[in-house]
Design a protein around this ligand. Structure first.
Ligand SMILES: [Zn+2]
Length: 313
């Protein structure tokens, strides 16, 4: 009995057999847009809406099994796939690098399951998924920043009991976090926390800004763009909506400072006002600094090359 539905299924099956090389017709007919089924997308979107309505609050969600292992960006990937639309352009970075193995694989997965275009330039992108960085370029209301989070609980270092953690957040009892920062300051002379620096969002919840460095934290404060944090392994989503206060926890007489190495500048583009990472050579005297944001570095290198050529002609 050949019903239209059965014919369609059989038709898809036969086309599937002839298109196992991964051509677009195979993907279009066998994969849901954005890989996730519509029920899963709705559930994740509801969690995102709650997270946006209560900035900084960690919303539990039913983290799905994804084609990447938990801890490898599955939380960020689920958010991206739940909110991506046909008009989006996606950019994925890993430690600021578009060509990192993790970034390439996640970008390929998003593009192949949606058919949307990809870009490495923030200006051309609308959906930016990232691990460890915010792009150096200014972002605006067109952008949604999705951050992959390994450890969403900012108080994990001072308390292990989940019920006590819930109580501390519910009562905004962050005294032990303050004590921990104070002990760090007394012991080391400075607050040594770098990535995952605790911040108070909207004067209410403390969040872990993991995995971005301190350099990027001022970018979250009163930002034009929406930031969504997804932890797939820990099954939590939280958000910093646009125009929201994000204040790093610090003491009145200990101002918050971003990372800065005096005299360091990028070996490729000579920038000294971007977040730089040190590349260690076997001979320590040959170690050098490069921009963490590889796309920003490449564009500025090209710009300076073309302007110097213009001067020569
Ligand atoms: Zn550079």
């Amino acid at each position: 009995m050949n019903t239209p539905l059965l014919q369609e299924i059989l038709g898809n099956a036969s086309r599937t057999d002839t298109n196992l090389d991964g051509s677009s017709s195979f993907k279009a007919q066998t994969l849901n847009f954005g890989l996730l089924d519509e029920y899963s997308k709705r559930e994740i979107r509801r969690a995102i809406l709650t997270a946006v309505a209560v900035p900084g609050y960690q919303v539990p969600f039913g983290s799905r099994e994804m084609p990447v292992a938990r801890g490898w960006g599955s939380g960020g990937l689920q958010i991206s796939l739940a909110i991506v639309g046909p008009d989006d352009v996606v950019k994925v970075i890993d430690q600021g690098d578009d060509e990192g193995v993790n970034a390439v694989n996640l970008r390929r997965l998003i593009v192949s399951s949606t058919g949307i275009p990809e870009s490495t330039t923030p200006e051309d992108s609308t959906l930016i998924q990232t691990r460890h960085r915010i792009p150096e370029d200014p972002l605006d209301a067109r952008h949604t920043l999705v951050l992959q989070v390994p450890v969403p609980e900012p108080l994990r270092g001072v308390e292990r009991d989940m019920r006590e953690l819930a109580r501390m957040h519910a009562e905004a009892d962050y005294a032990r976090m303050w004590v921990s920062l104070y002990e760090d300051k007394v012991r080391n002379g400075v607050i040594t926390r770098t990535t995952g620096y605790p911040c108070l969002v909207n004067s209410r919840y403390v969040i872990a800004t993991t995995p971005i460095p301190r350099w990027d934290i001022p970018r979250l404060h009163q930002s034009e763009f929406l930031s969504l944090f997804g932890a797939g392994r820990e099954k939590r989503i939280y958000a910093v909506p646009p125009h929201t206060d994000v204040e790093p926890l610090t003491f009145e007489d200990v101002p918050f400072e971003v990372e800065k190495t005096p005299g360091a500048k990028c070996r490729n583009c000579a920038s000294n006002n971007t977040f730089l990472v040190e590349v260690l050579a076997t001979d320590v005297r040959q170690s050098y600094w490069v921009c963490s944001d590889s796309d920003w570095c490449r564009r500025h290198r090209e710009l300076s090359d073309s302007s110097s050529q213009g001067l020569m002609t």
